[in-house]
Design a binder for this molecule. Structure first.
Ligand code: LLP
Length: 386
């Protein structure tokens, strides 16, 4: 994470930009790889969290596979040097050309999210003269106890095929000649901080797997998705998420025979290594007494606070003032909801101060947009500024 010494070296860079602590990324990868090796769990990185090529390079060196949500993500992973045999691809709305591309590349599994999608894939594979390895993404109906905007495994969610439908249509699914159902996939949501949810997930997966096997599915792998949360409130207290605890819970509670167990982590791998560095442009007060700090970043660089009401810790890197004041930190975009924090206590903040918006490595840059024709933010890597 950004130390004061490092932050002094950032002064010359054009703001706003993402700062990546590559040592923290490596520590995080060391931790996940070490903890997973104990149980021989297979780890995929959910590439949607951050596509930065330097980050992907490090992740590849650690031997992780990739989880994708579009054809272009599959392409990005392959171009970054990941072995197609380590790539999984989920998504409720795969286009025909994306399916064709994934089949051509021979990825590990296409995780299918509807009966109709299975039919479409079977048809496309038939025209290509191939049999495709697929996973069934089952909707297990679990409340992951997270922000509703980012839960994906409840019964009314658009994700996955309902468990009942899979059982009902088991024979039909197995009759599809150009599809080999190789495994089962679930992903119940993101930013899960209550670890007992993973235990509950195991209980459900055990029952689902047992019943699918009874229905004749072989299932070589069970992919339990991602979702492990990070500490947005106090990132310094927990820079590396507790992978060992989650793996211990899964190992103790998941009983799926000798099947390979896969995970797809995004946020927990890259969330804490990235920060958004932004400069204060203006200070002004509204007639109603809102004390505004207007920074040169906005929802176009980091949309999480505006989209989900997410909290990111913010620190003034340059102010040496003793006196603290309460501010609303807002961005430059032409939207009233462009607020990073409505009520934040900072040391007295003035034009030119550098602020860091922490825990922004996941779903920051990858969700950036060019609204208002803003330039996309650059990146600075700790490896380059030693
Ligand atoms: N696998 C699947 C099928 C997913 O849909 C996702 C995330 C992951 C794995 C990785 O989940 P993670 O380990 O990162 O929780 N933009 C939102 C998060 C959306 C997550 C979408 N799916 C945010 O900024 O909070």
């Amino acid at each position: 994470m950004l130390s004061r010494q490092v932050s002094e070296k950032l002064a010359g860079h054009e703001t706003p930009f993402y700062f990546y602590d590559m040592d923290l990324l490596r520590q995080t990868l060391d931790s996940v790889v070490w903890a997973a090796s104990k149980y021989n769990f297979k780890i995929h990185y959910a590439i949607k969290a951050n596509y930065d090529p330097r980050i992907l390079e490090v992740i590849r060196e650690y031997g992780l596979g990739i989880d994708c949500a579009s054809g272009n993500e599959v392409r990005c992973a392959i171009e970054a040097g990941f072995d197609p045999k380590t790539i999984v691809y989920a998504g409720v709305g795969k286009k025909d050309k994306e399916i064709r591309y994934a089949i051509e590349q021979g990825i590990f599994a296409i995780n299918c999210e509807s009966l109709q999608e299975l039919e479409v894939i079977d048809g496309i594979a038939a025209t290509m003269g191939k049999v495709v390895d697929c996973g069934l993404r089952v909707n297990p109906d679990i409340d992951p106890k997270t922000n509703h905007c980012i839960d994906t495994g409840q019964a009314d969610s658009k994700f996955g095929i309902s468990y009942e439908k899979v059982l009902e249509q088991a024979e039909w699914i197995q009759s599809l000649k150009n599809i080999n159902i190789k495994g089962m996939h679930l992903h119940i949501g993101s930013q899960i901080r209550e670890l007992h949810v993973f235990q509950y997930l195991c209980d459900k997966v055990n029952v689902i797997t047992e019943n699918l096997v009874k229905k004749g599915f072989k299932l070589d792998f069970v992919d339990v998705g991602g979702g492990l949360g990070i500490n947005y409130d106090m990132p310094e207290n927990e820079p590396v998420p507790n992978f060992a605890s989650v793996f211990a819970i899964i190992n103790d509670n998941l009983h799926v025979g000798g099947r390979e167990i896969h995970f797809e982590f995004g946020r927990s791998i890259v969330g804490e290594c990235g920060e958004l560095i932004t400069k204060v442009l203006y200070r002004k007060d509204t007639a109603t007494g809102r004390r505004l700090v207007i920074v040169d970043a906005s929802m176009t660089e980091l949309i999480r606070p505006m989209l989900y009401g997410s909290y990111h810790d913010i620190e003034n890197l340059t102010s040496k003032e003793e006196k603290h004041e309460k501010y609303a930190v807002v961005g430059t975009a032409c939207e009233s909801t462009d607020i990073f924090n409505e009520s934040l206590t900072l040391p007295k903040t003035v034009r030119g101060d550098l602020l860091t918006i922490k825990s922004a490595g996941a779903y920051g840059m990858s969700m950036a947009s060019r609204y208002n024709l803003h330039d996309l933010p650059g990146a600075v890597y700790s490896d380059d500024i030693r």
